[in-house]
Design a protein around this ligand. Structure first.
Ligand code: URA
Length: 283
């Protein structure tokens, strides 16, 4: 597939509901994980539900989350079977400036998750963007996929358009290619080029593969620059494209499999037959 993913607008889908069919975890897994996989809540919430006596396995109410379930077990919450575990789904979201990438903010600031459409299933973000950072944030229904994609070892390039106060040279930027250590923190190779000087600001394009805390800002500070606008324009094969600020668009299941590779997609239950069926249902 050529180019990066990202053009068509998604129609949201209703959250999963209880009561359709019993969940059948493919591999043995802890009960709280199986409930979270079915998309009802987080693992932590599932543990609370278990402690509260709301969860039963094969008709027996659990007293503790220390229970492993397999495909043969029937799990119920409040007497209702879990929905079928669905394959991982992924969305491209254009995060506006001013939202916190967190499910709850102790300071009461508005979060990305509060700003999302109500008809979206429960999602987690692939990594975070700082409150004042704009641009591409990937969201997924699958915590394991999120963790995999945000690992530095996955090695996906994250590209940022950066407006910073100050001046620099291409020579100074080229030196970042061999990495830099700042206050004892080692940053890997950075690809950076000057796009243009605009008054007292410079626009840069910066590419890196790690995703450490405040990475772009700290590297800019090292160059004597102060970032005053930061826009993530791509994450691995996924691009912001012309997604409007605040808009969200689902990555087509087949495209997701192509981009993840068949091995990882298989581990996440994203095999072709299932995706084809899923696509047919949505048409
Ligand atoms: N680097 C930063 O400094 N902030 C972000 O939000 C992302 C990368």
């Amino acid at each position: 597939m050529g180019g990066k993913v990202g053009e068509k607008r998604s129609r949201g889908q209703a959250p999963r509901k209880q009561g359709d069919a019993p969940v059948r975890p493919q591999e043995p897994m802890r009960i709280a994980k199986a409930i979270a996989h079915a998309g009802l809540c987080s693992r932590r919430d599932a543990e609370d539900w278990i402690e509260a006596g709301r969860v039963a396995v094969n008709g027996k109410v659990l007293k503790t989350p220390a229970c492993v379930v397999t495909a043969g077990d029937t799990i119920t919450v409040d007497g209702k079977p879990l929905p079928q575990a669905e394959p991982a789904r992924l969305w491209r979201y254009h995060k506006p400036k001013g939202l916190v990438t967190s499910h709850k903010d102790p300071q009461g600031r508005k979060t990305v998750f509060e700003a999302l459409p109500d008809n979206l299933p429960r999602v987690v973000s692939v990594g975070r963007l700082d409150i004042n950072t704009e641009g591409l944030l990937l969201l997924t229904t699958d915590g394991a996929l999120a963790r995999h994609l945000e690992l530095p070892s996955t090695g996906w390039l994250r590209r940022y358009r950066v407006r910073a106060h100050g001046r620099t040279t291409q020579d100074a930027l080229d030196k970042l290619q061999s990495g830099v250590t700042l206050d004892g923190i080692k940053y890997g190779p950075v690809e950076a080029r000057i796009e243009r000087q605009q008054g007292s600001n410079v626009w840069l394009m910066i590419g890196l593969r790690e995703g450490k805390n405040r990475e772009v800002k700290r590297i800019a500070e090292h160059l004597g620059l102060t970032v005053n606008r930061l826009i993530r324009v791509s994450f691995g094969p996924f691009a912001l494209g012309d997604l409007a600020s605040g808009a969200i668009e689902e990555v087509k299941p087949k495209v997701l499999v192509d981009q993840l590779g068949t091995k990882l997609a298989g581990e996440l239950g994203l095999h072709r037959g299932r995706l084809d069926r899923q696509a047919t249902h949505r048409r």
